[in-house]
Design a protein around this ligand. Structure first.
Ligand code: MLT
Length: 324
């Protein structure tokens, strides 16, 4: 009887301590894990949001770039992190596509995470090195078909949107190029600028400055409509690659078990950041679109991820490219 009373008292104390920890959260810096290289498109979104969220949260948001295996190393790391409200994760379509691309994933995107919020959508651009011998998409396709064995295509590994876009492009024009994987499109872009690789499909959040500076050649955008920040760039669809569409979306997650009050406060911080004029301007300048406020709920992200897993699974399986 005495033991039972002691146990109940201890449980009560533990619950009070937990409630206190949740109420005072955050009391130390928060880590936002980015699954690709620093300086690249995901990192740009993470750092822009993180800088704004610090104002709401009153704590530093530390960006940790955890690289490898097209984003799956980072996803697995976060899935197994302490659900204490100090580790969060930003990832894109790769959260969905990896379920089809990898025969064995060490985590389940639907079961091992809490869903915080969606954030921004980003168009992609089809690029080649500056001295690539083709002036438009038609010439590019003709050149690639005639030189299939010589052309290489950079990407950020299986699970990256650059790989997904490159796969769809190759399929659309009926070629199989040599793929050169990097740990993010920041190093892939460096290789394109240095002429070590020929072609790269990458997000406007990294490519707009390079396109505007004339450091790379642009052959089209991957969205159904033209992109405001690149008004002269035709879509791949309007240039004859019928129904070609890749839009990159970003979600923010936490390890499964992170307390709901913390998820809700993080959600509020993300939504506040998405209305911050500095964030709005930076995203606008880089061609990214902020997701409407009403869809930035944990429930909407969960439903969206499920629909993306269902959408991309068959597309990827038809491509027949898998990793263990
Ligand atoms: C990155 O941040 O490097 C990219 O999002 C990688 C990709 O998915 O292409």
């Amino acid at each position: 009887m005495q033991f039972k009373h002691t146990l109940i008292a201890l449980l009560g104390l533990a619950a009070a301590a937990l409630a206190q920890a949740q109420a005072s959260w955050p009391t130390r810096p928060i880590t936002l894990v980015v699954p690709f290289a620093a300086g690249g498109p995901t990192d740009v979104v993470a750092r822009t949001l993180g800088a704004s969220m610090m104002k709401t949260l009153g704590q530093t948001v530390v960006i940790e770039n955890k690289l490898g295996a097209g984003g799956t190393v980072a996803a697995n790391y976060v899935a197994k992190a302490q659900p204490d409200g100090y580790t969060f994760f930003i990832h894109h379509n790769g959260m969905a596509t990896s379920t089809a691309l990898y025969r064995k994933l060490a985590y389940d995107p639907m079961k091992d995470f809490e869903f915080v919020s969606q954030a921004v959508e980003v168009p992609m651009t089809l690029l080649a090195r500056k001295d690539f011998p083709a002036g438009n998409l038609q010439e590019m396709v003709a050149y690639i078909r005639a030189n299939e064995q010589k052309i290489n295509l950079a990407n950020a590994g299986l699970g990256a949107v650059s790989q997904l876009c490159g796969m769809m492009f190759q399929r659309a024009i009926g070629v199989q190029l040599t793929e050169v994987p990097f740990q993010g499109t920041a190093p892939a872009m460096n290789a394109l600028l240095g002429g070590q690789v020929d072609v790269l499909c990458d997000q406007t959040t990294q490519t707009v400055p390079q396109i505007k500076a004339g450091s790379v050649k642009l052959y089209g955008v991957t969205t159904k409509s033209r992109v405001k920040v690149l008004p002269n760039a035709p879509t791949l669809n309007e240039q004859g690659l019928k129904d070609f569409e890749v839009v990159v979306w970003h979600g923010i997650y936490a390890p499964r078990g992170t307390p709901k009050p913390i998820i809700d406060r993080m959600n509020a911080a993300v939504r506040t950041a998405l209305k911050d004029p500095d964030v709005v301007k930076r995203m606008d300048d880089l061609g990214a679109e902020i997701v409407p406020d009403a869809t930035n709920t944990p429930e909407a992200l969960q439903a969206w991820l499920k629909s993306e897993i269902d959408k991309w699974g068959p597309v990827i399986r038809a491509g027949g490219k898998f990793a263990d």
